[in-house]
Design a binder for this molecule. Structure first.
Ligand code: GRF
Length: 202
């Protein structure tokens, strides 16, 4: 399966995904078609290039959402992605974008999306002294962090007494589960395809 990975900043989830493709759970299952950013000087984009990934960017600054997203859809389509994988992509996607890749856009959210949506999920967990938070991988629909959940993994936050420690523990889980969830999804899809071709080949 070909991935388009979208980021706006640091890109640590992108790195984890690329490593999983190169020598981990996504090996022989996925390839990175492109790493795209709406922030041309995002550190994650330079990291992606250094890792050998094709990269593309368009600045979203000052652009109208629908118009910008239509342009991004055009760019991404050139790479024919099977999945659009949001990895710290700090944009709410317009309906046009979501419909262009319906059911094929994934996001990772550092909290239970039923409990917390939007930004600052680690701050929220830290400020509320939660003993645990849940990393959520979900499909993206037209709401903010409302799409169907594919996987949730708990992070033990007991004894995490700084925000940095909360983030450190959370990100370690993020980096593992995003690739694992994607691998499962791709395997399920392959299996479904195989069953379809068996049932139509007789
Ligand atoms: C991660 O915490 C991710 O869950 C959230 O944004 C952050 C991106 O971090 N959606 P990075 O750019 O992948 O390091």
């Amino acid at each position: 399966a070909r991935l388009a990975i979208l980021l706006s900043g640091r890109g640590s989830n992108m790195v984890a995904l690329v490593q999983a493709v190169q020598a981990g759970v996504l090996q022989n299952l996925a390839e990175v078609g492109v790493v795209f950013s709406n922030v041309p000087d995002a550190p994650g984009l330079a990291t992606a290039a250094a890792l050998g990934c094709p990269t593309a960017s368009r600045s979203s600054q000052g652009r109208k959402r629908a118009e910008f997203d239509a342009e991004v859809v055009d760019v991404l389509r050139q790479y024919q992605p099977d999945y659009v994988v949001l990895a710290g992509y700090m944009r709410i996607l317009s309906p046009t974008f979501i419909r262009a890749f319906a059911g094929r856009i994934l996001n990772i959210h550092p909290a239970d999306t039923h409990q917390h949506q939007g930004l600052h999920a680690y701050e929220w967990a830290f400020d509320n002294r939660l003993p645990e938070t849940k990393i959520t991988v979900h499909l993206v629909d037209e709401g903010l962090d409302t799409g169907p959940i594919l996987a949730q993994h708990p992070v033990n936050l007991r004894g995490a007494d700084t925000l940095a420690e909360v983030e450190r523990r959370g990100l370690a889980v993020e980096h593992r589960v995003y690739a694992e969830t994607l691998a499962e999804l791709i395997k399920q899809e392959r299996h479904a395809e195989r069953s379809r071709s068996i049932s139509t080949s007789g």
